[in-house]
Design a binder for this molecule. Structure first.
Ligand SMILES: C=CC1=C(C)c2cc3[nH]c(cc4nc(cc5[nH]c(cc1n2)c(C)c5CCC(=O)O)C(CCC(=O)O)=C4C)c(C)c3C=C
Ligand SMILES: [Fe+2]
Ligand SMILES: [Fe+2]
Length: 328
């Protein structure tokens, strides 16, 4: 390798989904409009979907969902953005002098095209794109790649790219989840069943080749094995259904009801698809789904938080970065 090659500057770009700028109906509508109009996320014919989205879904849903965001909003903004930024800051500190660390969002600011422009302006010629999704899905990781390539459409000299497609089976990720569960069990009474509740996707996406459900199964089985759990002590399920199509099953709400009806009184719930806590975990998993379990006869429901900016998560990302930048 020549001296010049050795001196190529490398940027790490963390990418998360995006989130509203404010907990208001108009800010929520603007975020949901960007997100749900992406064909990778909702792949219905545009001529049918866009009038429905802009004419009916956004006006109704934004008002309702803004109220939910208001309940989880932090002083500095949306939890998803705050936790993601904390991870960026901690990584930047750890990797100072070696890599510069940026944070981009697929469907809100700072968006991928803006961050890529910043990265180029800073003279980086190597980019490690690190979507903060442990499991690959056509609806999350693929749009990161789309937006990245689109943002360089007019560039004459494109930087070298590496993409972390997934890290669902990375030993440090499995160990971090197991550690977080064990830590929870040291602090509170252990539930009879541990639920791995992943964000769902439409069944059709899985049939068309999205490997997401297999990767979720692999993550959950590996964590359960590391914890030494028997088959009866853990279950996998999917939450956050959207729309009328069937989504991958079992659905978390239905499974919680079934468990309660089978006289399971206590559960611990973890959501390993979310690298950081957000609306879907703080409101849906830890509140809405708790109500489902309690109303069906459950007595103790504990949500185990996402890895967020814990030392285990920061170490995990450091290891992923080291692994994927070898030879750079
Ligand atoms: C067709 C719709 C959706 C698919 C497919 C989907 C996949 C998917 N999403 C995440 C992660 C997150 N989703 C979040 C919110 C959210 N997701 C959808 C719809 C789909 N998601 C909607 C409509 C919303 C907004 C809330 C609502 O209106 O109900 C979030 C949280 C964002 C935040 O601001 O906190 C995350 C994170 C994954 C991992 C995934 C597929 C694997
Ligand atoms: Fe989602
Ligand atoms: Fe618990």
């Amino acid at each position: 390798m020549s001296k010049v090659d050795n001196e190529l500057k490398c940027a790490v770009v963390l990418v998360n989904l995006g989130t509203p700028e404010q907990a208001t109906p108009s800010a929520v509508a603007s975020f949901l409009g960007r997100f749900l109009s992406d064909k990778r996320v909702v792949n219905l014919p545009r001529i049918l979907w866009l009038p429905l989205l802009y004419g009916l879904i956004l006006p109704l849903r934004s008002r309702r969902v803004a109220k939910l965001y208001q309940q989880i909003w932090l002083k500095g903004g949306s939890p998803l953005k705050m936790f993601s930024e904390q991870i960026r800051i901690k990584l930047a500190k750890k990797l100072a002098g070696k890599y510069e660390v940026y944070l981009a969002m697929t469907y809100s600011e700072p968006d991928i095209p803006n961050v890529v422009q910043q990265v180029l302006a800073a003279g980086h010629q190597r980019i490690l794109l690190l979507p903060m999704y442990p499991q690959y899905s056509v609806s999350t990781t693929a749009p990161v790649f789309d937006s990245y390539t689109k943002s360089l459409k007019n560039a004459y000299n494109i930087p070298e790219l590496r993409l972390v497609k997934e890290y669902y089976d990375e030993p440090a990720y499995i160990a971090a989840l197991a550690h977080s569960i064990k830590q929870h069990w040291e602090l509170t009474a252990r539930g009879e069943v541990l639920l791995f509740s992943f964000h769902g996707i439409p069944e059709r996406y899985a049939r068309n080749g999205d490997p997401y459900p297999q990767q979720c199964e692999d993550t959950a089985a590996k964590v359960a094995a590391l914890l030494g759990l028997k088959q009866t002590q853990w279950r996998l399920c999917y939450q956050s259904r959207f729309g009328k199509d069937p989504w991958v099953k079992p659905y978390t709400d239905q499974l919680l009801t079934q468990l309660a009806e089978q006289s399971v009184k206590s559960v611990d719930v973890i959501s390993p698809a979310f690298s950081v806590d957000c609306l879907e975990t703080i409101e849906e998993v830890s509140c809405e789904l708790r109500d489902v379990f309690m109303e069906a006869g459950g007595e103790q429901y504990h949500y185990i938080s996402a890895l967020n900016d814990s030392p285990e998560q920061v170490d995990l990302y450091c290891q992923i970065i080291e692994k994927h930048t070898q030879g750079w």
